[in-house]
Design a protein around this ligand. Structure first.
Ligand SMILES: Nc1ncnc2c1ncn2[C@@H]1O[C@H](COP(=O)(O)OP(=O)(O)O)[C@@H](O)[C@H]1O
Ligand SMILES: [Mg+2]
Length: 255
């Protein structure tokens, strides 16, 4: 069983950017194989990592549903479950030191309960053969409980420097409890901090929410520059301040 890291927090706080830097750090340390799961409906971690994705799980779901509606069945006499497994494997994008699976979304009106169940089982069993499973989540945690039955070793909650964003991750922490998700450690990362410092009010809110602050990532003009120019963030120089901050955070949890 591999080590599972999930990242959650309000939209726009930097989850995907920091997840990308985290993966880059694991790859450079030779901590492979790594399975990256992009669980955001607006999938975009491939841009941070600099890889092209051919196909998403949502598209597979759609295709399987279309095959059933049209009554064409599955190629080579495969059963639905066999076909899903085969297609899941084709949906794995090979990156440099990691594999990437993009959940995407389904546009159709169909009922996907069966397919979702099969896909969840198969994704979970696929991830067993990796040393690390890294999940870039969308804002909440509700859908994660539907997409994986995995035990999460470390959940990073990402917030920017606003009290509201800290409150939002505080609610995610509560939700994790309510949903009974299996999470061993929850750590807060505050991103986009001016000069890498936190305002007293923000520190106060972190205490109110009972969050465990593991690290601060500064407001970084290089991230802005790379993103605006369409350059994958993993290409940031090794002495980039955000890269160093992520490295420090991972060493805090002994990775
Ligand atoms: N430390 C940072 N400094 C400056 N800009 C950042 C930083 N982290 C993220 N960003 C920018 O914030 C925006 C949202 O980041 P993203 O990673 O997509 O957030 P999320 O996945 O939480 O929605 C992007 O434009 C990204 O370039
Ligand atoms: Mg994102």
């Amino acid at each position: 069983m591999g080590y599972t890291i999930a990242v959650a927090g309000k939209g726009g706080t930097g989850k995907t950017s920091l997840t990308g830097l985290l993966i880059d750090n694991l790859v450079k340390k030779g901590e492979n194989p790594i399975l990256v799961v992009d669980a955001d409906a607006n999938a975009n971690i491939n841009e941070v990592l600099g890889v092209d994705v051919e196909c998403t799980i949502g598209e597979i779901r759609e295709e399987v549903s279309q095959r059933e509606i049209s009554g064409n069945g599955f190629p080579g006499g495969m059963t639905k479950a066999q076909y899903l497994k085969y297609r899941l494997n084709t949906a794995v994008t090979e990156g440099n030191g990691y594999d990437l699976l993009v959940m995407g979304r389904s546009e159709g009106q169909g009922c996907y309960c069966y397919v979702n169940g099969v896909l969840r089982e198969q994704t979970d069993s696929l991830s067993d053969s990796y040393k690390y499973l890294v999940i870039d989540n969308e804002a909440g945690m509700e859908h994660l409980s539907r997409k994986t039955t995995k035990h999460i070793d470390t959940l990073f909650l990402v917030s920017d420097c606003s009290r509201r964003s800290i409150q939002a991750v505080g609610r995610i922490k509560e939700l994790v409890k309510e949903l009974n998700l299996k999470v061993s450690n929850i750590h807060l990362i505050v991103n986009k901090a001016m000069d890498g410092q936190l305002h007293e009010g923000v520190k106060e809110e972190i205490a109110i929410q009972g969050l465990n602050l593991i690290g601060i990532v500064p407001m970084d003009e290089m991230i802005y520059e790379y993103d605006s120019s369409g350059i994958p963030l993993v290409k940031l120089p090794e002495d980039n301040k955000s890269k160093l901050a992520i490295k420090e955070i991972l060493s805090e949890i002994e990775i």
